[in-house]
Design a protein around this ligand. Structure first.
Ligand SMILES: C[S@@+](CC[C@H](N)C(=O)[O-])C[C@H]1O[C@@H](n2cnc3c(N)ncnc32)[C@H](O)[C@@H]1O
Length: 188
């Protein structure tokens, strides 16, 4: 059965991430992916969750509490600064990361992820990614600013060295209203 983009993103993470590992939710938003990652790595794993909006961090904190997740460190900062927290919070390599791009649902639609900062974060996480580790990007591009971000990301990830990384694009071809698509980068 073909799955929706977000389910497919989670399936890819399930294949590459194991209990006790360290993972990143680069865009916490309402915390759905954060809870998913928390369960995936289990009580002895670690999730680093980033968002630039206090509302998103609070929404995620609430969702984590409801789901009894206490292996998450929430960080009110841009994912572009991920290296700062990676070096101080964990010596471990990163097993997986998810970027759910765009704006916080039901909130200020002008606060969006941006191509250049997203790429800065991706490059910093790639440096700490374990062998066979994976970064998945769920790319929404129908909103103002979305196309610009999509173009920057596709341009840059298409140029990643194929000897070091496998880069996949997965998209539906017959859906209306600029559906999101998925890009996955796996370290070889
Ligand atoms: C589509 S939402 C994420 C949805 C979320 N994954 C969920 O499960 O609900 C995108 C989020 O990215 C956040 N964001 C935008 N720029 C960011 C940045 N530079 N660093 C971290 N988060 C950012 C926004 O504040 C917003 O909450």
């Amino acid at each position: 059965m073909l799955q929706g983009i977000l389910n497919y993103a989670h399936e890819l993470l399930k294949e590459c991430v194991h209990p006790n590992e360290t993972v990143i939710d680069a865009t916490c938003g309402n915390g759905n992916d954060t809870v998913f990652l928390s369960k995936l790595v289990g009580e002895h794993g670690l999730v680093l969750g980033f968002d630039i909006q206090e509302q998103a961090i609070n929404n995620t904190k609430q969702k984590l509490k409801e789901n009894n997740c206490d292996n998450v460190k929430l960080i009110l900062d841009s994912h572009a600064n991920a290296d700062t927290y990676l070096s101080t919070d964990t010596e471990q390599s990163i097993a997986g990361a998810i970027f759910n791009l765009g704006y916080l649902p039901k909130s200020d639609k002008s606060i969006i992820t941006q191509g250049h900062t997203t790429m800065t974060a991706i490059n910093k996480i790639l440096q700490r990614l374990k062998e066979n580790g994976i970064i998945v990007l769920v790319i929404y591009h129908g909103h103002p600013g979305g196309k610009e971000e999509k173009d920057i990301i596709l341009d840059k990830v298409s140029k990643l060295d194929q000897k070091k990384y496998t880069v996949l694009k997965h998209e539906f071809l017959n859906q209306a209203n600029t559906p999101p698509f998925l890009v996955a980068i796996q370290k070889r």
